[in-house]
Each structure stands twice: as structure tokens, then as C-alpha cells.
Design a protein around this ligand. Structure first.
Ligand SMILES: Cc1cc2nc3c(=O)[nH]c(=O)nc-3n(C[C@H](O)[C@H](O)[C@H](O)COP(=O)(O)O)c2cc1C
Ligand code: SF4
Length: 424
């Protein structure tokens, strides 16, 4: 029994109690219906969300542990495998073990993409669409294990929380001007490595995401909406030019930040989404040829319960957090109905994930259900649900947060509750 609910009626009653809007369906057939993404077709509606393993080698190549993680994700049968954050520049790495793609280690990424496809084909008879997330960690950069923040602007709460001196100089426009070329170079490498697409990451308050709220920044990347979104759009354009039309270009985007003065937050209550700028931005992204969006919210460094509703960090009823995320995703999908949107926030629902995934997709509120922590705890969830089995609650994510704790400590992340692996 998870979060006090024995069955779906208990969950819907709890939703009513907290004023939640989550769609459920007992008809799970939609989960097995293929969905087009750009020029590719995903064989089903489950997506493994990007999750940093913090287990790369010093030069940013995948290690044995990385390969092991992706083999288990591939075996689990998702239609879409959204590969974790891969740095586009050494100074933008989130840790000394974050993956980073370059000419020198291209062959290692190629080997991994081949292994993922072969393993998936062997176990399930199909391979997932494979998208690599490209990132610059900005404020949260720790390339050698110690903080080396690259900030777009000073933010009172975040600066104090992360010991950033008020004297730290802001990242210059000249440096930001170099990033579209970095994203484009890495996107082309991802294509050469055999990935089907890339994500220009713009979420969780990493560099591109922080710029979206840089209303007080001077120069070409701050102040008005057009300038705050400039770098993201320049990166998207540069990536598209580099990879051509036959490659997926997407973005994992913050629907809203849930932070004081954050992107798309209600001025009177930052925990409430006010989505007018987000909706404007997704229409522009669509017009620029973006093929897919993966929508998330908040920042794991400031308000992890917003992006990862859980039973530990009880700042609000977690079901309410799930519902808020689903609403944000739904509004975005409605604004751009012709591109698939991946929803976030499912793992909290545990054994009720398939019913919510089918309900949300059938209601047109997203095209894919993304699984983050659940993919660590129970990587076989998609395959088993698609074959008619519902894994029991004692095999599922408990939302304890220990995998994220490992990542924050700079250690390889995995599910310490369900997975017996001993991290090296
Ligand atoms: C250990 C860990 C690593 C993560 N790494 C990434 C990442 O590389 N990129 C990203 O966009 N989100 C990352 N996330 C966030 C997840 O993709 C996802 O948004 C979050 O866990 C909520 O989904 P869930 O409720 O299914 O877990 C990470 C989460 C965890 C727990
Ligand atoms: S460590 Fe905890 S939160 Fe992470 S996947 Fe395992 S059960 Fe879920």
C-alpha cells in the first residue's frame, strides 16, 4: 500500500481531498501505441527520464557502471530513452564524473549507443528512441568536485544557499556567445555516436534555464523576454544547422521555477505557475523546428520536492505536487498539440503509475509518461506493464531520495533500496 492508498478509488478520493487534477484510466492500451517524434517513431509511451549517474571517467567517458545502468534501462523496454545530462564544456560539468562528449571519446559513446540498441532489441524486439541531454551546469558547476559557479545574475536566496559571494562576477556575454557553437559541436558528435536526437537542456536553473529569469541582467541576454530566451534559441538554431533535418532536436524545459522571481512564477505566490511566457516560448520553439519537449519544474538544489514529489520532504501534500506538475505539462501540450510532450512527476504514484500515464495521455495532456526514480528502482516497469503485469509495490520506488543524495555527494547514483549494486 503506497501513500495510504490501497486502490485507485482511494487515490481518486485523496485527489479530491487535496484539490488535485490527475487523470486516471483503467484502459492501459494507449501505453503501447507508437508515437512519432520528428522522423522517428517511439514504439510505446514510456520514457526513461534523464538521470545523471555521476559515474563517468575523468575525461567524461561512460564507465562500466554507466554501461550497466543503460543496459538495465534498455532491457526495461521504454519507447524513449532520454540519456542523462552530458556537459558541452569542461567548466560546465556538474561533477568531475559527469559525462562529457568530445572528439577524443566519441568511440566510447558510440559503443554505448550500440550496446543500448542491441540489448533492447534482444530483450524486447524493439529499440528505444535515444536522445542525449546536452548541458552547461552554470551556477551548479563543480568540474573538479568543488563549486565553480558560472552565474547569469545574483539571486538573493540561491546565492546564500550556495555560498556565492555577492562579488562573484557574472558570466560575460562574450562567453555566452561561444555556447551555441559548443552545443552544436556536441550535437553533431551525438549524431555520429548513433543517438537519434539531442536535448538542449533548459531546466532546473542550470545556465540556460537561469537566463530565462534574468530580468535584471544587462546586455543582450537579459531583461526583456526576447533577450532572456536568446541564448536558448541561438543554441537550438545552431544545433539544427549542425545536425540537419533528419535528427531530433528537443529541449527539457522548466514549465516554471517555483522560486522567488523565477521563470513563469506568479508574482504574488512563486509556488503558483503563471505560464504566459512559457506558452509563448514553446510556440517559438515549435516554430524553430523543435521536435519534442520534456517538461519539468523547480530546481533540485532549492526545492527538490517540486520536481520529485516524495514522502520525506513534506512541505506540501506530495499528490498536490504531482497534480501541479501534470497541470503545467497539460497546458503546454495543449499549446503545442503537434509536438510530443513528455510528462514528469509519475514515480510518486508507484503502483498507480500506469493508470495515471494512460489517463493523462488519453486526455491529451502529454504524449509520453517519463519515469525518473522509478527507472532506477524498477527498470523493468515499462516492459512488464506493456505485457499485462503490474509490478508489486515492494519492487517500486519508495521516494526516499537516497539516489539523489548520492549524486549531490558526488558519488555514483543508483537505487540503494531496490538495487543491490555496491557503488564503486
Ligand atoms: C539521481 C538523479 C539524477 C538526475 N539527473 C537528471 C539529469 O541528468 N537531467 C535532468 O533533466 N533531470 C535529472 N533528474 C531529474 C529526473 O529526470 C526527474 O525529473 C525527477 O526524478 C522526477 O521524476 P520522477 O518523479 O519520475 O523521479 C535526476 C533525478 C535523480 C533522482
Ligand atoms: S533510492 Fe529511494 S528515491 Fe531513489 S530510486 Fe531508490 S527508492 Fe526511489
Amino acid at each position: 500500500m503506497s501513500f495510504g492508498c490501497k486502490n485507485l478509488s482511494d487515490v481518486t478520493a485523496a485527489c479530491e481531498r487535496y484539490g488535485c487534477d490527475i487523470k486516471f484510466s483503467n484502459d492501459l492500451s494507449i501505453l503501447g501505441v507508437p508515437r512519432q517524434i520528428g522522423h522517428k517513431t517511439a514504439p510505446n509511451r514510456f520514457c526513461v527520464h534523464p538521470m545523471e549517474g555521476c559515474d563517468g571517467t575523468v575525461d567524461g567517458s561512460p564507465s562500466g557502471l554507466t554501461v550497466e545502468r543503460y543496459m538495465s534501462f534498455a532491457e526495461g523496454g521504454p519507447g524513449l530513452l532520454w540519456f542523462e545530462a552530458v556537459a558541452v564544456a569542461p567548466e560546465g560539468r556538474a561533477s568531475a564524473r559527469q559525462l562529457m562528449i568530445s572528439d577524443d571519446n566519441l568511440s566510447e559513446f558510440k559503443k554505448l549507443a550500440d550496446i543500448i540498441r542491441k540489448k533492447a532489441l534482444m530483450e524486447n524486439g524493439y529499440a528505444p528512441v535515444l536522445i542525449m541531454q546536452l548541458t552547461h551546469s552554470g551556477r551548479f558547476s563543480r568540474p573538479d568536485g568543488t563549486p565553480r559557479p558560472v552565474i547569469a545574475y545574483h539571486h538573493a536566496e540561491l546565492d546564500v544557499r550556495h555560498n556565492i559571494s555577492p562579488d562573484l562576477p557574472l558570466v560575460t556575454d562574450a562567453y555566452l556567445d561561444t555556447l551555441p557553437e559548443c552545443f552544436a559541436r556536441c550535437a553533431l558528435l551525438a549524431k555520429k555516436a548513433g543517438f537519434d536526437g539531442v536535448d538542449v537542456k533548459c531546466c532546473h536553473r542550470y545556465l540556460l534555464s537561469e537566463l530565462l529569469s534574468a530580468t535584471g541582467r544587462e546586455g543582450k541576454y537579459g531583461c526583456c523576454f526576447e533577450s532572456r530566451t536568446r541564448l536558448l534559441l541561438d543554441c537550438i538554431d545552431a544545433v539544427r544547422e549542425a545536425v540537419g533535418a533528419d535528427f531530433i532536436v528537443g529541449s527539457r524545459l522548466n514549465g516554471f521555477d517555483a522560486l522567488p522571481d523565477g521563470f513563469s512564477c506568479d508574482k504574488a505566490d512563486y509556488m503558483k505557475p503563471e505560464l504566459s511566457e512559457t506558452l509563448e516560448l514553446v510556440k517559438i520553439l515549435r516554430a524553430r523546428g523543435v521536435d519534442i519537449l520534456n517538461i519539468t519544474t523547480g530546481s533540485p538544489y532549492y526545492n527538490p520536492f517540486v520536481n520529485r514529489p516524495n514522502d520525506v520532504d513534506r512541505q506540501e501534500p506530495p499528490l498536490f505536487g504531482v497534480s501541479r506538475m501534470f497541470r503545467v505539462v497539460g497546458e503546454i501540450q495543449r499549446e503545442v498539440p503537434y509536438i510530443p510532450v513528455v510528462g514528469t512527476g509519475y514515480s510518486y504514484l508507484r503502483e498507480f503509475v500506469p493508470f495515471a500515464a494512460a489517463g493523462e495521455i488519453s486526455a491529451g495532456r502529454c504524449a509520453f509518461a517519463g519515469l525518473g526514480r522509478m527507472s532506477f528502482a524498477c527498470p523493468s516497469y515499462p516492459r512488464r506493464v506493456l505485457s499485462g503485469e503490474l509490478p508489486p509495490s515492494n519492487q517500486l520506488c519508495t521516494t526516499c531520495g537516497k539516489c539523489a543524495g548520492l549524486l549531490r555527494a558526488g558519488k555514483p547514483s543508483y537505487c540503494v533500496v531496490r538495487n543491490k549494486r555496491v557503488a564503486e
